[in-house]
Ligand binder design. Sequence first.
Ligand code: NAI
Ligand code: MG
Length: 483
Amino acid sequence: METTMTFEYAPAPESRAIVTIKPKYGHFIGGKFVAGGKHFPTINPATEEVLSQIALAGKADVDAAVKAARKAYTSTWSKMSGKERGKYLYRIARIMQERAREFAVLETLDNGKPIRESRDTDIPLAAAHFFYHAGWADKLEYAGLGTSPKPLGVAGQIIPWNFPLLMLAWKVAPALAAGNTVVLKPAESTPLTALLFAEVCQQAELPAGVVNIVTGDGSTGALIVNHPGIDKIAFTGSTEVGKIIARAVAPTSKSVTLELGGKAANIVFDDAPIDETVEGIVNGIFFNQGHVCCAGSRLLLQESVAEEVLHKLKNRMEKIRVGDPMDKNTDVGAINSKEQLAKIIELAAVGDAEGAERWSPACSLPSKGFWFAPTIFTGVTQAHRIAREEIFGPVLSVLTFRTPQEAIEKANNTPFGLSAGIWSEKGSRTLWASQQLRAGVIWANTFNKFDPTSPFGGYKESGWGREGGRHGLAAYLKGVSHE
Ligand code: NAI
Ligand code: MG
């Protein structure tokens, strides 16, 4: 018997009183906030409210940031013992925990993601990355990466808008632990938590210039990538920009790591525990509005269970709460930008045009802001664009398969290879499938689980190198292989 009981949730809005957003921000260079020239707005995508004016860094700003980073590297950070560096990282981690609510509210306002996710996932994980790397700072010689590993120098780091503070932590924590200094650029639509992090660096009394934050768009990113004073580029974002960066650094001596797009297969075998699997499918594609490079955006169902899974999935989707990201009950928040919404709408229309069948639960969307209802497409084939291209939104493409071998062939038939999911009760089948899948991260009977101790990265067009764990440290040390 199916339960049809539904609960009504009273609104449970988080207060924004804890954050102070300045009307205008400059860059954080050499330990100080310095005024910018041109500015552009950052908005709350759930309301279209302008939150603040953000400085657009040009050549002079990037030059100043690189100079400050070099000075801090040569005079202070590279000379400091690992134990001392570790103390600063612990301090930063603890302050991030102390100010977690402030960070969570600010992240949700600037990004549009549900407060439940920024509070329970983004911010705790960002702090965990600093704690984890603080522990490595004085133990690098035991990491199996050579007896006396040396930092690379100044790292230029460019991050996206889907997990703003978390991506900052993935970049800054290992760089600093390994003895590098950094120039970081947050994404243009989500700069506010990076600017709050700059305040945390001041509060932790981090030596001036170890962390520099310049804000801006792709033009600022390109200035960082092409700057001759930078030794390493770390990028997370689109495969398109990743390719531009790879070409730009190819003739230089810069090291590079790229975390790019994905189109992960989430494979459901006939022996999977169906109810748990349905939760995993929902988490795999609707977490963070599907703005997740490792999202389980291609659902591969074994034919014999396809009907049952789809039936239960649709039932479950009826209960997803879409709306105000500041409400503690909200599951799916706002799409991060007008541009991203346009891209999702366009690709979903291609799905219709190519003959796939679209389904969304009945849900009312706010009239202001950028919204897209959780959506699934069935009857999708490998040839469809919605099976091949990253949509980066709450849209799931469903395919079916008959044999395990067919599942693997379909799963691997993609230019990407970032992640994959396997749902099965059999350990032997899970191990077999995980050896066949060409993906950097493979989850079994779960999805979208992250941990600073675990390396993360992709095959093929999903990028180069790994972040997190011992492998991620290697990418910030001299003469160590990146794979
Ligand atoms: P994007 O790759 O343009 O932006 C990511 C970061 O790179 C931002 O900080 C941006 O300012 C910077 N950037 C842009 N052009 C640059 C250049 N030429 N040189 C250096 N830095 C540059 O991504 P966008 O336009 O925001 O999103 C487009 C698509 O990319 C999405 O629809 C999604 O499919 C994918 N994407 C993937 C992400 C991931 O986590 N793998 C994150 C963000 C986007
Ligand atoms: Mg914003």
